[in-house]
Design a binder for this molecule. Structure first.
Ligand code: SOE
Length: 373
């Protein structure tokens, strides 16, 4: 098996999730390459060395430009804050490296177009890590919808609710500034919700978005005795219609008390319905109009059978998997895409589509008007 040399930019939450993702691929899947965790790149060398030692990265580097200039690196894994996605991804593509980029794809459609153009011109594999697509239950939902098991879709009801900003002492970090995050939960969480809407229902025709700020000031990271302005929305509620006529509502917030990482969707069609909740990620609820009237109800499908995508790589039926497994699925699929010379979805085209919808929602938040696509 040939080696595939990975370099990762970033070593915080996503750096850990991605390191685990790459490392587990050869233990549970049969990827065409052995991923070699070659270089971990970051600014804080003390934490970076500890990260590299813990996760088995061979080297550390503090300047991503030097990583991208190396001929022995095949993949650049961009696990940095949103404002640092575009420049390294473009440079990596131009250097002929495959790019595995965290979400949200970037901050603007202009950045997205430049990233897509560079990746397509270079002919490298390009991927945006909307990992929830790779939950076995979400894959099953996609198959059932494509097989017509819920008929024509009329309603998409999405939500991504967290509560970590309920803490008044949470400082003014990069996720609360427009220049570094793009926006608030609309970008951070809405990008995931819109990716699933695109994956399971289709493209948007028009939307309107209402934003709300609950907390306008927070302690400065650099100097906790001072406060600074929160530049982004605290909650964003989107409503709209898909090109296929289905209607949509999508809620995003990091103030939903008690909801720690609750990404959900409900899909209602003419012949049935499907619902999914990340807080019970192995389960898919399915209602079929075809069931006999005296036995009709939402079935609770445990998506851990050998016949279920990804699930069969792990444990016997009913031995559930978690959040981190979706990163292993993505890393394994990414390496297969490199081997087969095919793409992997969601790719930078999908990333541009998501950013275009997010920018429309941001415009609508400012104008109060519908935006049409
Ligand atoms: C936000 O808190 C966040 O870390 C997202 O940025 C991730 O994409 C999501 O998977 C978990 O929550």
């Amino acid at each position: 098996m040939n080696d595939l040399h990975i370099a990762i930019l970033g070593h915080r939450f996503m750096g850990r999730a991605h390191s685990n993702g790459w490392s587990q691929t050869t233990r549970f899947f049969d990827p065409p390459y052995r991923p070699v965790l070659q270089v971990a790149c970051g600014r804080d060398t003390k934490d970076l060395q500890k990260f590299a030692d813990r996760w088995g990265w061979a080297e550390i580097e503090t300047d991503w430009h030097r990583v991208i200039e190396r001929d022995d690196i095949d993949v650049i894994d961009v696990s940095l804050p949103t404002h640092l996605h575009a420049e390294p991804s473009i440079a990596a593509a131009k250097a002929g490296k495959h790019v595995f980029c965290e979400k949200p794809f970037c901050r603007t459609a202009d950045e997205a177009k430049a990233m897509l153009a560079a990746a397509e011109k270079a002919g490298v594999v390009h991927y945006v890590n909307h990992n929830y697509r790779r939950c076995p239950a979400v894959h099953l939902a996609k198959k059932m919808i494509d097989n017509g098991e819920i008929g024509e879709i009329r309603h998409w009801r999405g939500a991504y609710q967290q509560s970590w900003l309920n803490n008044p002492d949470h400082p003014l970090d990069w996720k609360l500034k427009k220049a570094t995050a793009g926006a608030g939960p609309l970008w951070d969480l809405g990008s995931h919700a819109i990716d699933l809407a695109h994956f399971l229902v289709g493209d948007f025709a028009k939307l309107i978005c209402h934003g709300k700020q609950f907390v306008s000031e927070r302690k400065m990271v650099e100097e906790l005795s001072q406060t600074g302005e929160v530049e982004v929305e605290c909650a964003a509620n989107l409503m709209g219609e898909f090109k296929n006529g289905a209607v949509a509502t999508i809620e995003t917030t990091r103030y939903a008390t008690g909801r720690r990482n609750r990404h959900t969707f409900e899909i209602y069609g003419t012949k049935g319905a499907i619902t999914w909740d990340m807080e019970e990620m192995n389960r898919l609820k399915f209602f079929s109009e075809g069931d006999p009237e005296d036995k009709r109800g939402f079935r609770d499908i445990m998506v851990n059978e050998p016949s279920h995508d990804y699930a069969n790589a792990w444990w016997p039926p009913g031995h559930i998997i978690g959040y981190e497994h979706t990163f292993v699925h993505a890393a394994a699929d990414f390496m297969q895409a490199i081997k087969d010379g095919t793409g992997i979805k969601p790719d930078f085209n999908d990333g541009l589509k998501i950013i275009t919808v997010l920018e429309a929602a941001l415009r609508s938040m400012e104008t109060g008007e519908y935006v049409e696509f």
